[in-house]
Design a protein around this ligand. Structure first.
Ligand code: ATP
Length: 503
């Protein structure tokens, strides 16, 4: 799938979705700009999320907190002391890696090997194949899966105990090589804090050390009481937010999958202590349904329940997506206990509690978090939508089958020729529709080429104005996915676009 990934990256550039940041200066590593189509797609993803999380839930409200926060926030949250990645260098290649990712990639390969055996057996035995039994009895599959489990457990233990020497031993025992050069000559593993620091204030002596927020969640926690009181919220309730986050990622590769500046869409759901695991299961299910509602293919998603838990969590799962480079985390659903609110109580001296009128009791609520990377979501949508299709006449086309609700441009208005009053009628239609939809006017090139351009840009509908349109007030609507064409009344266009592209 390396080819698909390369195609996604070059397509994203060619069609104005994503550019390297400050590209004329050769870019900045792991920082990207969204172009004219990318900005629209991103905005539509945000809206799709915000509508389903905030607008559709009576008990969820949204906020927009600042990126810069009081520095004690990050002391309380544990980020100053523990937001680290274990880092390792290869002495020969001088390349730097995340030690845990090297081990996880190794474990993933074992899983792929096991899956290959299972697929082969499935083909051989057909209908009668019992996958669970096969996993439990086939010696090779058992060994792959067993080794994988053992490796991940040991990694988890070492990371929780911060036993970095053991991570190094694991890498040596497994004979993991530098993926780029094959060298196995590693340095020791050491911790590296991922927060970007900056300074507040003019003079060097009095300046305060600040951080660019590494997650949006803390802006929600510190506002818990403000929102609860002014919004008269009753538990259970949620606070949602979309915003930028910054992490000085060690290994920044894989395009917009891992960026140093990115955006998160997070929701913290506050519940009664003791009820958190029920809500955790609830939100896992709701969030998976949200992804499936986009129709990018059920088989592209899976849950990955964490064995290794962060210091603040008592349950955690990822929703993983099958990216061109394999299944990877797209969204996290975490049961964060009362860790954050309690820590902020301690550090601020302010009460962050809820008086529960039913229980007649004051308590620090427990929290379920759903956290999705907007840019990762963008990449998943783009990768799953990009298709190369063979057509009946033997030719091929590149088409970006974006979910219509997310498509940057909903319809393109195309006068067949640049004369005879067709552009004028097309302009009239444009002026009518532009109030409700992001549409485009395109009169350059032959109509076939314009269709192809819109297909590749992901526009779900093309509206063609021809000479007959002047007489019968009808136009041709062409559908991106089926390439089917339909003659419709101009007055029907708005309803058709709505039907095809609505939430
Ligand atoms: P990973 O293990 O991939 O580094 P994480 O577990 O650190 O991710 P969280 O802290 O749970 O991620 O952040 C929540 C979400 O934010 C992730 O599911 C991901 O979609 C997104 N995210 C995290 N880091 C980045 C990044 N560097 N670039 C883009 N998106 C990110």
């Amino acid at each position: 799938n390396e080819d698909l990934f390369k195609n996604v990256i070059s397509h994203a550039k060619e069609y104005g979705y994503i550019f390297a940041s400050s590209e004329i200066y050769d870019g900045l590593s792991a920082v990207y700009d969204y172009g004219q189509n990318g900005a629209e797609l991103k905005k539509n993803i945000k809206e799709y999320w915000w509508k389903s999380m905030v607008q559709m839930h009576q008990n969820i409200v949204g906020i927009d907190a600042a990126i810069l926060m009081h520095p004690t926030t990050w002391k309380a949250s544990g980020h100053v002391d523990a937001f680290n990645d274990p880092l390792i260098d290869n002495k020969d290649s001088k390349r730097r890696y995340r030690a845990d990712v090297l081990v996880e990639d190794y474990a993933e390969k074992l899983l792929q090997k096991a899956q290959k055996e299972i697929d082969k057996a499935k083909k051989r035995f057909g209908e009668e194949f019992d996958e669970e039994q096969y996993k439990a009895t086939n010696p090779r599959v058992k060994r792959y899966l067993g080794d994988r489990k053992e490796i991940l457990e040991r990694l988890g233990r070492s990371l929780t105990n911060e036993d970095l020497a053991d991570v190094k031993s694991l890498i040596e025992e497994l004979e993991i090589a530098d993926p780029e050069t094959g060298s196995k000559n590693w340095t020791d593993v050491r911790q590296f804090n991922l927060m970007f620091g900056t300074k507040l204030g003019a003079s060097a002596d009095s300046a305060t050390q600040l951080y660019l927020r590494p997650e949006t969640a803390q802006g929600i926690f510190v506002n818990f009481s403000n929102v609860q009181k002014t919004g008269r919220m009753k538990i259970p309730f949620g606070i949602a937010q979309i915003g930028k986050a910054f992490r000085n990622e060690i290994v920044a590769r894989q395009f917009i999958f891992r960026m140093r500046e990115f955006e998160q869409m997070e929701m913290q759901f506050f519940v009664r202590p003791g009820e958190e695991l029920k809500w955790y299961e609830h939100w896992k299910e709701v969030r998976l349904k949200w992804h499936l509602s986009l129709g990018l293919g059920e088989k592209n998603y899976r849950f990955h329940d964490h064995d290794k838990l962060a210091h603040y969590a008592n349950a955690a799962a990822d929703i993983e997506f099958d990216f061109p480079f394999g299944f990877k985390e797209l969204e996290g659903v975490h049961s964060r206990t009362d860790f954050d609110l309690k820590a902020h109580e301690e550090h601020s001296g302010k009460k962050l509690r809820f008086y529960d009128p039913e229980l007649k009791e004051n308590y620090v609520p427990y929290v379920i978090e759903t956290s999705i990377g907007l840019d990762r979501m963008f990449l998943s949508v783009l990768a799953a939508s990009l298709k190369e299709e063979e057509l009946e006449d033997g030719s091929s086309r590149t088409v970006l089958k974006l979910p219509a609700v997310l498509a940057p441009t909903k319809a393109a208005i195309l006068p067949l020729v640049k004369k005879d009053g067709l552009p004028e009628l097309a302009q009239e239609i444009f002026n009518e529709l532009k109030w409700d939809y992001n549409i485009q006017f395109d009169e350059k090139d032959a109509i076939g080429r314009r269709y192809r351009r819109q297909d590749a840009a992901g526009t779900p509908l093309c509206i063609t104005i021809d000479h007959d349109s002047l007489e019968d007030k009808m136009v041709t609507v062409r559908f991106r996915d089926t390439m089917e064409q339909k003659r419709v009344e101009i007055s029907q266009l708005s309803a058709i676009i709505k039907e095809e592209t609505n939430f």
